[in-house]
Design a protein around this ligand. Structure first.
Ligand SMILES: NC(=O)c1ccc[n+]([C@@H]2O[C@H](COP(=O)([O-])OP(=O)(O)OC[C@H]3O[C@@H](n4cnc5c(N)ncnc54)[C@H](O)[C@@H]3O)[C@@H](O)[C@H]2O)c1
Length: 371
C-alpha cells in the first residue's frame, strides 16, 4: 500500500479516537469515509473536520459520512467498496455494561469485525488497521508485556471479543494476502472523549467539587496516552510497519498510573485543593480491586516495537492526564449539555430509546452530508 492512502474507510470514525484519526488522515491528503451508527458518538463529532465535509472553496468534500452498523454485512460491504485502507474502530466500548450482557460484545465486537473482514474479502480491499486493546493480555504474568506474550487470557467479554477479532484478522490476512496492523491501545485520553476515567472524574468534580467517588480500590494501574500520540503512532506504522500479513503494536506511555494518582492529577488540574475533596473508593463486588466486573486491574506493556519504528509519545502519562482533564472541563462547560458520566449517559440513552431502537440514531451531521 502506498502512503498516504487515497481512500480510507473508518468504522467508528465518529468516536473519540476516530475523530482525531480522521482529522489527521484528512490533513495528510486522504479522502475519508466515516461509517458509524452514532451509538457512542457526540453530536458534534464532525466539527474538527468540518472544512473537509463542507469545503468553502468549491472543491469536492474529502470527508463523507455513512450512518451504518457494522453488524449489517450488506451495508458494510456496499459502503466499503473502492477504498484502499480500512481502519476498524467501531466496537461496543462499554466494558462494564458488556459484563451484564455478553451478546453486546459478540455482536458489536466479534460479528462486527467478521463483517468488516468478509466485506473486505468480497470487495478486494487488502489493507487493514484494527483497534485492539491492552486488555487482551488479561492479568499479565509478565510486565512490561511485549506483543508476543502468551497465552492471552482476557478477563472480560470486551477483551475476549478484541482478541477474537485479532485471530479472525490473522486468518483472513494469511489466506487473502493482506497487510494488517493491529494496535493494542492503552487508556487513550483527550478533551473530546465522552467516556473513561478522566472524563468521568471531571464530570463528578464539576458537579460536586467536595467529594469524589472512584470505581475500584484506586490501585488499578494502566498506561495513559494522549490521543494525539496514538494517532501519530498509527500513521507512522502505516508508513513503516513491515509488509506482512499481521503486525502488532502496543501503544501507550512507558509505565503506569494508578487510579488514585489519576484522581490526584485531575483534582490538581481543575485547580482544587487535594485536601478539600473527600475521596471514596468503590471496589467492584467481583473482587480483585477493579472498578467493575471485567475491569483488568493491571495493564503495563512494552512499547519498544513501536518505538523502534521511531515513535515517541509527546506527552508523559501524567501530562496527558492533566491536559485531558483541563480540556474536558473546557469542552463540557462550552457544550452546556448535562454533566453525565459515560454510564449515566448510556443508561439515559437506553431508557429513552427503549421500544424504538432507531431513535438512538441521532441526526448528528449537517443536512446534506449524511448518506
Ligand atoms: N479509548 C480507549 O482508551 C481505548 C483503549 C483500547 C481500545 N480502544 C478501542 O479503540 C476503538 C475506538 O475507541 P474510542 O475510545 O474512540 O471509542 P468510542 O466509543 O468513542 O468510539 C466508537 C465509535 O464506534 C461507533 N460504533 C459503536 N458500535 C457500532 C456499530 N455496531 N456500528 C457502527 N459504529 C459503531 C460509536 O458510535 C462510536 O462513534 C474501539 O474499538 C475501542 O475498543 C479504545
Amino acid at each position: 500500500m502506498s502512503w498516504p492512502p487515497d481512500r480510507v474507510f473508518v468504522t467508528g470514525g465518529a468516536g473519540f479516537i476516530g475523530g482525531s484519526l480522521v482529522a489527521a488522515l484528512l490533513a495528510q491528503g486522504s479522502r475519508v469515509t466515516v461509517f458509524d451508527d452514532l451509538s457512542g458518538a457526540d453530536d458534534d463529532w464532525w466539527t474538527p473536520s468540518e472544512a473537509f465535509l463542507r469545503p468553502t472553496d468549491g472543491s469536492a468534500p474529502r470527508l463523507s459520512f455513512i450512518r451504518g452498523d457494522v453488524r449489517d454485512l450488506p451495508a458494510v460491504e456496499s459502503a466499503l467498496a473502492g477504498h484502499d485502507l480500512v481502519i476498524h474502530l467501531a466496537a461496543h466500548t462499554d466494558i462494564a455494561t458488556g459484563a451484564a450482557d455478553p451478546s453486546r460484545d459478540l455482536h458489536g465486537g466479534v460479528i462486527g469485525t467478521w463483517n468488516v473482514l468478509e466485506a473486505m474479502r468480497r470487495r478486494g480491499v487488502r489493507s487493514l488497521f484494527y483497534a485492539s486493546s491492552g486488555t487482551v493480555y488479561g492479568y499479565p504474568s509478565r510486565v512490561p508485556t511485549p506483543e508476543d506474550h502468551g497465552p492471552l487470557l482476557p478477563e472480560s467479554y470486551y477483551a475476549a471479543a478484541k482478541l477474537a477479532g485479532e485471530a479472525l484478522i490473522s486468518g483472513f490476512a494469511a489466506l487473502n494476502g493482506w497487510r494488517s496492523v493491529i494496535f493494542r491501545f492503552g487508556n487513550t485520553i483527550g478533551a473530546r472523549s465522552n467516556h473513561g476515567v478522566v472524563h468521568d472524574l471531571v464530570v463528578k468534580l464539576l458537579r460536586d467539587p467536595s467529594r469524589l467517588a472512584l470505581l475500584g480500590d484506586g490501585q488499578q494501574r494502566k498506561p495513559y496516552v494522549a490521543v494525539e500520540d496514538v494517532v501519530t503512532g498509527m500513521l507512522l506504522a502505516g508508513v513503516k510497519a513491515p509488509a506482512r500479513p499481521v503486525s502488532i503494536y502496543n501503544i501507550g506511555t512507558a509505565g503506569t498510573l494508578s487510579v488514585a494518582r489519576v484522581a490526584e492529577l485531575v483534582i490538581e488540574a481543575l485547580g482544587l485543593e487535594a485536601g478539600s475533596v473527600e475521596q471514596r473508593f468503590q471496589p467492584a463486588s467481583s473482587g480483585g480491586g477493579g472498578g467493575w466486573p471485567g475491569d483488568t486491574p493491571l495493564v503495563d506493556f512494552d512499547t519498544s516495537a513501536l518505538r523502534a519504528l521511531g515513535w515517541e509519545p509527546r506527552w508523559s502519562a501524567e501530562d496527558a492526564v492533566r491536559r485531558a482533564a483541563r480540556g474536558t472541563r473546557e469542552r463540557l462547560l462550552a457544550r452546556g449539555t448535562p454533566l453525565l458520566t459515560a454510564s449515566e449517559r448510556r443508561a439515559g440513552a437506553a431508557r429513552s430509546t427503549a421500544g424504538n431502537p432507531d431513535d438512538s440514531r441521532r441526526a448528528a451531521v449537517p443536512a446534506g452530508h449524511a448518506e
